[in-house]
Design a protein around this ligand. Sequence first.
Ligand code: ADP
Ligand code: MG
Length: 294
Amino acid sequence: ATMPPLLSAIANAGRHGVLVKSAVVMERLVQVDAVALDKTGTLTEGTPRVVAVRPLPGSGVGEDELLTLAAAAEHASEHPLARAVVDAARERRLDLPTAQDFGSAPGVGVKAVVDGRTVAVGAPARLLDDPDGEVVALAEELEESGRTAVVVVVDGTPAGLLGIADRLRPDAAATVAALTTLTGTAPTLLTGDNPRAAAHLAAEAGIEDVRAGLLPQDKMAAVKELEAAGRKTMVVGDGVNDAPALAAAHIGVAMGRAGSDLALETADAVIVRDELAAVPTTVALSRRARKLVV
Ligand code: ADP
Ligand code: MG
């Protein structure tokens, strides 16, 4: 017997590395006319590296100590930035003390007690009080070249900055172009990262509509806004901080490799093979199947 078109489209998507969870999802994919992409782990490879270690003059903290404190505090975090910080400390063969009282806030950063000192690591715009201060200016300088700057705050005082760089996926620009053709609108970038790094990466990928500095609930609100305007929105994310946005979307697509368990469960489709270009391919398959059904 021949397979019904929607089922063979699901099988086909599977061959391209996308797990579409049901025939209903395949049908909903046909209607997608707006796309929102997450940055870290979606548009980028999601394996960032520490490329700058900058203790603040006068803080009394050196490079290795700054990295040790930051890595100890980040040790329990699953965030890609946390992995970058811990890897950088390992590369320098630094001994990491065990942190206590670990806590993390999505879109903000982490906090823990390391050797009796309270260490916070995260977004300068969220952890520092003075948006016009010198430290914020230094952070912005790091961010101009597309890096993410995180500040390390020790016992309430900024001790230094780390510059972290991630690479655009090789198929990001082609994916953006294909999605633009398929849906008739250019995708939007939704990110918790700073506006400078976001704009830099977006330009490389060919995205103009950039919304940066978003908390998970802001990403969800952005999706709900598109839906309220009558757009059938597909959100592609790793779910680390965009699970609410994935759930609010007409179609939520999770990046499988980096994706959190929650995201893989709630998403309508999962990219199993870690290739972003499979997203437009799947939309195209849904449309072809639709033509055969009607
Ligand atoms: P994205 O939307 O690009 O996936 P996130 O919402 O995960 O980004 O993070 C937004 C920002 O919050 C990061 O750029 C960083 O400044 C800060 N942040 C979040 N988690 C951490 C962490 N574990 N360590 C340091 N900074 C963090
Ligand atoms: Mg993310």
